[in-house]
Design a protein around this ligand. Structure first.
Ligand SMILES: Cc1cc2nc3c(=O)[nH]c(=O)nc-3n(C[C@H](O)[C@H](O)[C@H](O)COP(=O)(O)O)c2cc1C
Length: 193
């Protein structure tokens, strides 16, 4: 697919069919996510991939009780069918160590471990579109629950999750999309703000 088509088509899609995704597609997505740049080449981003029913249910349970989950299930009845969930994790300690090295003079004010998670996530989203699949990125509510059940070390931030699969039904945007995208002319400041 042409790069511009990939960018234009990328949207957060929250409805998935039960169709499984080939391992070869998943491994391309993951290896592309590993091609993202990282601050000081710290490479602190790691992924936990959830595929079986019981592993994926751990992810959905961190969103709350059956009662709590009713509201998003009403809006997005096919969200939980996503066959693949990739937790985008960031190991802050790798940044602390890297920025303690001689060629780096301490950490900047910016928490690069979150920036790098975004860099990698976007590559994942675009790779998904390129493969003819759809995806959505979502935050997590209960990192401790996920850390406990998936044995994720305590210093690791679970920045969010990519839900990936084939689209079910027509594309339906979230209510946030109705806000409209700000025009490029409004957000670009040539030669100063
Ligand atoms: C950092 C980040 C966090 C987001 N968190 C959520 C989320 O928790 N739940 C959700 O449904 N969408 C989430 N989104 C998706 C945004 O709502 C979406 O990107 C935005 O409405 C624009 O729509 P589009 O990506 O389809 O163009 C998130 C997006 C980003 C970049």
């Amino acid at each position: 697919m042409e790069f511009q088509d990939v960018v234009n088509r990328r949207k957060m899609v929250r409805s998935f069919s039960s169709r499984q995704v080939d391992d070869s597609i998943l491994s391309t997505i993951l290896s592309n996510m590993n091609k993202s740049p990282s601050a000081g080449f710290s490479q602190g981003i790691e992924f936990v991939v959830l595929r079986s029913d019981d592993r994926r249910q751990i992810f959905f349970r961190q969103w709350g009780s059956e009662e709590d989950r009713k509201s998003y299930r009403e809006s997005w009845p096919h969200l939980e069918q996503a066959p693949i969930i990739i937790l985008v994790c960031s190991d802050e300690s790798r940044y602390q160590e890297r920025y303690g090295e001689l060629d780096k003079k301490g950490l900047s004010e910016i928490p690069w471990w979150f920036v790098d998670a975004g860099m990698s996530t976007l590559l994942g989203l675009l790779s998904t579109v390129d493969a003819g699949l759809v995806a959505t990125f979502t935050g997590v509510k209960n990192q401790d629950y996920l850390r406990h059940h998936l044995h994720i070390p305590v210093q690791v931030h679970i920045v969010g999750a990519l839900l990936i699969g084939y689209q079910e039904g027509d594309y339906r945007p979230s209510s946030s999309v109705a806000r409209g995208r700000r025009p490029t002319e409004e957000i670009v400041h040539y030669d100063g703000w």
